[in-house]
Design a binder for this molecule. Structure first.
Ligand code: SF4
Ligand code: SF4
Length: 504
């Protein structure tokens, strides 16, 4: 298959994938307390459906989606709701958010699952609803509610190609590769479900070219399935080739325009872990209560890929990996390039958590003393989105958010390539993250004030309309009264008119 390349990127990052992937995926035990931040997906936080003291079962919905861009959350074991309060959660801001805690009862009882042996018996709308109700979001780290991405039914997208993202371009992370090695049958069935839902003609499953064993295994699985619409392709290991837009460009040569989504050019791109979750929801009736996560780095004794319940404290995952080593220096959610530091190991695993990196001093990408920008242009030459990081830096630093937005700040995928390339050691991504969050807050505020203004104007118009209607009604009533003949009046008139005539 012909491949294309995207501009920029970093070709030679040390992989460290084998640290965690040689052993099979291990199941982490159910912890004594599970914690569910209500903000663990893009969009509105979920709304709690339970109260403290209530008993819940595994798979029971404990928080519902709040609006279109949101996702429900389910209990990942049985137990009692022990707390609903603000708690720390994995987020670059380091802030806390409303969270539900469950004291588990050790029974792990679950709600009845509704399986479907043949997904073709279900309508597309039923399939979309299953994905929505299962609380599935992008498990590659983006955490965007998946049902929106695959709801071809409600849009006019004309999807022709489905891309399955198995290219884990960040060093250290190997959970998707392990999933493809151990659960390829389920992933293949998940691809068939998505092809059916989207009406796409072909599916391309992309993995990096160093994953030779995975390629051989997938090739065999696909030939057993005998589905010629699905193709497995190896792509060059260039960071960040697993970025959605970069992967699409590598495989199809097409660029997703700024401000557009892949569906606008007839493509849907989904992470392989998400495909697995969709297959489990449709075929087995299992909602999203666990995920595979890589726990790795020189700071952990035995790096592993673990299947862990959503809500498990990270400290318990570290215990399963035989604890910290002497070199443990920093806890990072995600990989070394796009991850962010965690302030505590009591923070829980969420749907978006694909990796916990316990980094040693050597593994931490530390910023040396930042020097002034020398306008060398190195940052622009590695940017995979063709941005001008140097300009973005100036505008972000001076809070000129409108100018930063005009240089497409919101297109920055925070890949960190410019950080690595900058000879002045400027922490560019930190500036971009901050400016993006400010810009989004500004846009949100404007949206809210626009909504409030529209509501106010609609209310004023309604009041004026009601007043006019009332005035019109009263005018009509008066007019009707005037024109209505009244007997007494007639008699009086007659009397009044007859008297003078008799006088005359
Ligand atoms: S790489 Fe660093 S020093 Fe060079 S232009 Fe970009 S920000 Fe400035
Ligand atoms: S972090 Fe943003 S600006 Fe820097 S290289 Fe990546 S996409 Fe470009």
């Amino acid at each position: 298959m012909k491949l294309w390349s995207f501009k920029g990127g970093l070709p030679a990052l040390a992989e460290h994938k084998n640290d965690s992937s040689p052993v099979a995926i291990e199941t982490a035990p159910v912890p004594s307390t599970l914690v569910y931040p209500l903000r663990q997906h893009i969009g509105n936080p979920a709304k709690p459906l339970v109260a403290v003291g209530e008993h819940v079962l595994r798979g029971q919905k404990i928080a519902e989606a709040d609006g279109f861009v949101s996702a429900p959350i389910h209990a990942s074991s049985s137990g009692v709701i022990s707390d609903i309060s603000e708690q720390l959660f994995p987020h670059p801001s380091g802030l806390s958010c409303q969270s539900i805690s469950i004291k588990t009862d050790g029974l792990d009882q679950e709600v009845e699952a509704h399986s479907h042996a043949d997904f073709r018996q279900l309508s597309i709308l039923e399939l979309v609803n299953i994905v929505h109700d299962a609380g599935i979001v992008g498990l590659g780290g983006a955490a965007f509610p998946s049902y929106i991405k695959i709801d071809n039914h409600s849009h006019d997208w004309n999807i022709h190609t489905l891309i399955l993202n198995g290219a884990e371009c960040e060093p250290y992370i190997s959970c998707d590769n392990s999933l493809l090695m151990e659960r390829a049958q389920c992933v293949t069935e998940g691809i068939e479900i998505l092809l059916h839902m989207l009406g796409a003609k072909k599916a391309i499953l992309a993995i990096e070219d160093h994953a030779e064993l995975t390629f051989a295994h997938l090739t065999k699985t696909l030939s057993d399935h005998n589905n010629e619409a699905i193709q497995v392709v190896q792509i060059p290991t260039i960071y960040p080739t697993g970025g959605e837009k970069q992967l699409i460009q590598t495989l199809t040569g097409r660029e997703v325009p700024s401000g557009k989504i892949p569906a606008n050019i007839g493509i849907v791109c989904i992470n392989v872990g998400t495909v697995y979750a969709i297959q489990q929801a449709v075929v087995k009736g299992k909602v999203l209560t666990s995920r595979v996560v890589t726990v790795t780095g020189d700071g952990v004794s035995t790096p592993k890929n673990l299947e862990a319940r959503i809500g498990t404290p990270i400290s318990q995952l570290i215990d399963v990996c035989h604890g910290y080593t002497q070199q443990a220096e920093r806890l990072i959610a995600g990989g070394p390039m796009m991850g962010f530091a965690l302030s505590s190991d009591e923070i829980p695993l969420i749907k978006a958590s694909n990796c916990v990196l316990v980094a040693s001093k050597e593994e931490v990408v530390t910023h040396k003393q930042a020097m002034p920008c020398i306008r060398c242009g190195e940052c622009a030459s590695v940017c995979p989105v063709s941005l001008l990081p140097q300009q973005l830096y100036w505008h972000s630093r001076s809070d000129q958010l409108d100018k930063a937005a005009s240089f497409n700040l919101l297109d920055c995928i925070e890949c960190g390539s410019c950080d690595i390339a900058c000879p002045s050691h400027i922490p560019l991504v930190q500036h971009f993250r901050y400016a993006k969050s400010m810009l989004k807050a500004q846009q949100h505020e404007k949206q809210q004030s626009d909504t409030a203004r529209i509501r106010f104007e609609a209310r004023e118009a309604r009041i004026a309309r009601d007043k006019a209607e009332r005035a019109e009604k009263s005018r009509k009533k008066k007019a009707a009264l005037k024109s209505k003949p009244v007997k007494d009046d007639v008699d009086t008139t007659v009397a009044k008119t007859t008297i003078p005539s008799s006088e005359t």
